[in-house]
Design a protein around this ligand. Structure first.
Ligand code: CS2
Ligand code: MN
Length: 403
């Protein structure tokens, strides 16, 4: 596998040299400052490539921008409203510009309104570090009592509703505000409006859009962009929903293997592929990650390796982000499945025989707490994850045990 590292650009508190020292071979990045729906110009793309290649003092990093994460799909495209046709045209132009710049792997997601959602960004772990957590009861407290979404209570089991009321009653204004901010956080540049009112407005856009309609919109989008991707030899890869179940009454269509199968079969092209994110998908007990890695393998273009520990087998459930080799997913089995796929691709002489992966998220450990990096993207926590994953890969390869 190719060991990549997400870098948020020059604003990232974790530097390219940090990434190098952590063992990164390539960089995953995006133009977070470009608003959704707007073309990524050749100039902006080249600028980011240069930023990855050279430090401010001119020294070479030896790193290249290898994967785009994400080329965002706008809300207009997801809902097929407003300027959505222009946004699709712009998406295609961005794809052409990326292909001309020599970047071939493009990750995106089709989550309505919010990217990943958590209720705590710095939940204390027994070892004294912190990690991100999704607590279903806190989330219900937010949904029912802070957001005050109509009929929200119907979406939770009675005991969750009861406990959510108790928790909300015990929150002062600051705690309620912090919870709202955390739920509504998103990635840099992912949203312009982080207010509760803004969130309510965006949710209202989905009043008439259920999962079938959203899936149809995804397939329309893929039908538009995939033929071009194929021509340009680009690999599009959809990231799963995180968490992988409906929240806030929003439709979710990328949460299970069946969801992926539907999207892959609807537009049956090698350019239409998967970002296998074991952490996102791992928050459902019915997602068997090693089996999914095996069965989806030919269309996996990008891999996020991280692990979550679920609290119970309900869907939805609470979970937290565990160490990369901890948690509920058998990471060794996942890596073995990916190595088998790489071996098959090598045998077929495929150009994409090396699959890019990155350690997705890390716990905040040691000096991470002092640095204040992007939530989920600390230097040392990810370094540790990558080191462990490289060890697994090396051991499986050296012994041939992955076969
Ligand atoms: C990422 C996602 O930080 C993360 O959890 O894996 O946010 C991912 O970048 C997007 O969903 C991809 O479009
Ligand atoms: Mn991910």
């Amino acid at each position: 596998m190719r060991h990549t590292w997400r870098w948020f650009g020059p604003v990232d508190k974790v530097t390219l040299l940090d990434a190098k020292q952590a063992g990164a071979q390539g960089i995953v990045s995006a133009l977070h400052h470009v608003p959704y729906g707007v073309v990524w110009s050749p100039h902006e793309i080249t600028k980011r490539q240069d930023e990855v290649r050279r430090l401010p003092d001119g020294a070479a990093t030896g790193l290249e921008w290898e994967v785009v994460e994400s080329l965002p799909v706008s809300e207009a495209i997801k809902t097929q409203t407003g300027d959505w046709r222009t946004h699709i045209d712009n998406y295609k132009i961005s794809m052409e510009n990326l292909a001309s710049a020599g970047i071939a792997v493009i990750c995106y997601n089709f989550m309505p309104v919010l990217d990943w959602t958590r209720t705590a960004l710095a939940w204390r772990v027994a070892h004294g570090g912190t990690t991100m957590r999704f607590d279903l009861h806190d989330f219900a407290a937010f949904d029912i009592h802070i957001l005050e979404r109509r009929d929200a209570a119907q979406d939770y089991a009675p005991e969750v509703v009861e406990d959510a009321a108790r928790r909300f009653a015990g929150m002062d204004d600051d705690a309620a505000r912090l919870l709202a901010r955390t739920v509504n956080a998103g990635l840099p540049g992912s949203k312009e409006d982080h207010s509760l009112e803004g969130l309510r407005r965006q949710l209202a856009n989905y009043a008439e859009i259920g999962p079938d309609r959203l899936r149809a919109n995804l397939i329309d989008f893929l039908s538009e962009v995939t033929p071009l991707a194929e021509r340009l030899e680009l690999r599009l890869c959809c990231h799963p929903d995180d968490p992988p179940f409906p929240i806030m009454g929003l439709p979710r269509i990328m949460s299970t293997e069946a969801d992926y199968r539907a999207a892959l079969d609807a537009v049956d092209s090698p350019a239409n592929g998967v970002t296998l994110c074991t952490g996102s998908l791992g928050a459902r007990h019915d997602n068997d990650l090693p089996a999914m890695a095996e069965r989806l393998a030919p269309r996996i273009h990008f891999v996020h390796l991280r692990n979550v520990r679920k609290e119970g087998d309900s869907i939805p459930c609470s979970f937290h982000e565990d160490e990369h080799l901890g948690g509920d997913t058998d990471m060794v089995a996942v890596v073995a499945a990916l190595l088998r796929e790489e071996a098959r691709r090598r045998a077929e002489g495929r150009a994409d025989a090396i699959i890019p992966m990155r350690p997705d998220h890390g716990q905040d450990i040691l000096d991470d707490m002092k640095r204040g990096a992007q939530p989920g993207y600390p230097a040392i926590g990810r370094l540790k994850g990558l080191a462990e994953l490289r060890g697994v890969e090396r051991a499986l390869t050296a012994t041939g045990a992955f076969r």
